[in-house]
Ligand binder design. Structure first.
Ligand code: PLP
Length: 394
């Protein structure tokens, strides 16, 4: 029979580093910033924005997160398979086929309409369970959710089912990270209308939540019982104008190594489309990663860090290679470490810098780094002893 192809004991010279001690520190800083009664819902969708959902889920739970927030059924089942028992809230809309799995694995659904409520209630009855649900209120995002003025009917519908527990009421900000908070205030007012109605009806819910990272930072009056934060614990701010938390730092860095050093003569051009032509004799370094790994597909823009110096990109970014000018770094050696995103010496290339190159936002750049880049966890640490009561580690 054919031999299994064995995995080499070394990794590709291009990788993602996740700093566990920074991740824990970020959760600690965030926890200090909020009222102790406010719980954290750690948003770990899209593999924790590329940081590794399983690892981040453990850190979040050990840091006291009450709920882990995901989107797809597969993401949630993977955490359950890994033995993570923390409550999970699934955002978005479920298809009918998902429901038996959600009930069986205690995945809490957001509900926006009566059809899904009926399906969950039936499945709860079939599995002989009381199943929590969170009602998503459309307070102005106009994506998912029941319009705030139509929510009472849906809530009454949920309360009519013995097998359902109204555990949460939630909304979602569309502009919480911008300087102008007037739309956020409009949404908050709509949310408060529903909370007022719940009070009048004397309906108790465990979790009222409306904040993402921007809301958490800038709208403390909107914290209620829980904040759903994804970007901030990773040490990245949702925008340039939100409040800063001293000590918060990015947990992710992207690194590679110098694969080859080439000498260019005047007039030589580099890469596809001859996008760069050397004016004088120059040296360039070839780096073994490209847009196939998630680097923005730019030309003659941006830089990397080598030996504590900035090396500007020359030519276009290929699928598997980028080329940088290192004429001013004569000490460079083949296989020197290169920082593509992160700190080296006195310089930092932030995720925002790279997001700007791709004409997008940091969320997009974080999620753009591909899985073919190995993810390496550095600075592993122990959970803070006073916060580990929520630990779900076996
Ligand atoms: C992604 C998401 C969040 C988290 O947003 P961050 O800005 O990353 O904190 C919260 N709530 C909902 C509904 C989301 O989709």
């Amino acid at each position: 029979m054919p031999d299994a192809i064995s995995r080499p004991p070394f990794q590709r010279p291009a990788w993602i580093e996740i700093d566990e001690s920074i991740l824990r520190q970020n959760f600690t800083i965030i926890s200090r910033e909020k009222n102790p009664n406010v719980g954290i819902g750690a948003v770990l969708k899209d593999d924790a924005y590329g940081h590794g959902a399983i690892h981040c889920a453990r850190i979040a739970a050990e840091s006291g997160a009450k709920i882990l927030v995901l989107v797809t059924l597969a993401e949630a089942l993977e955490l359950r398979r890994e033995g993570i028992e923390t409550p999970i809230l699934l955002l978005g809309q479920r298809q009918p086929e998902d429901i038996p799995y959600c009930v069986d694995h205690r995945l809490t659904c957001c509900v926006h309409e009566m059809g899904l409520v009926e399906q969950i209630a039936r499945e709860a009855e079939r599995q002989n369970r009381i199943v929590p649900v969170h009602v998503k209120i459309n307070t102005g995002m106009n994506r998912y959710g029941v319009r705030w003025n139509e929510a009472p009917a849906l809530i009454e519908g949920i309360l009519a089912h013995q097998t359902l527990q109204l555990e949460g009421i939630m909304g979602h900000f569309s502009m919480s990270d911008e300087a102008d908070k007037s739309y956020a205030q409009f949404q908050l007012n709509n949310f408060r209308t529903i909370l007022g109605w719940l009070d009048l009806r004397r309906i108790q819910v465990l979790y009222r939540h409306h904040c993402n990272s921007g809301g958490f930072l800038d709208l403390p009056e909107a914290h209620f019982d829980l904040v759903r934060i994804g970007l901030l614990p990773l040490g990245v701010y949702p925008s340039a104008v939100v409040r800063r938390l001293p000590g918060l730092a990015p947990a992710m860095a992207v690194k590679t190594k110098v694969a080859l050093i080439q000498n260019l003569s005047p007039g030589d051009s580099v890469g596809y489309g001859m996008r760069y032509t050397a004016d004088v004799s120059r040296r360039i370094a070839v780096l073994p990663l490209g847009y196939g790994d998630g680097f923005p597909r730019v030309r003659n823009e941006g830089h990397v860090l080598i030996r504590g110096k900035k090396a500007p990109l020359v030519g276009g970014v290929s699928m598997d290679a980028i080329t940088v000018d290192v004429t001013h770094i004569p000490e460079i050696q083949q296989w020197d470490e290169v920082v593509v995103m992160g700190r080296q010496g006195e310089f930092e290339i932030s995720v925002h810098d790279l997001a700007t190159l791709r004409h997008s936002v940091s969320y997009d750049q974080l999620c753009a780094w591909r899985h073919r880049l190995p993810r390496v966890i550095i600075n592993p640490t122990h959970p803070p002893s006073d916060l580990s009561s929520n630990s779900t580690d076996p």
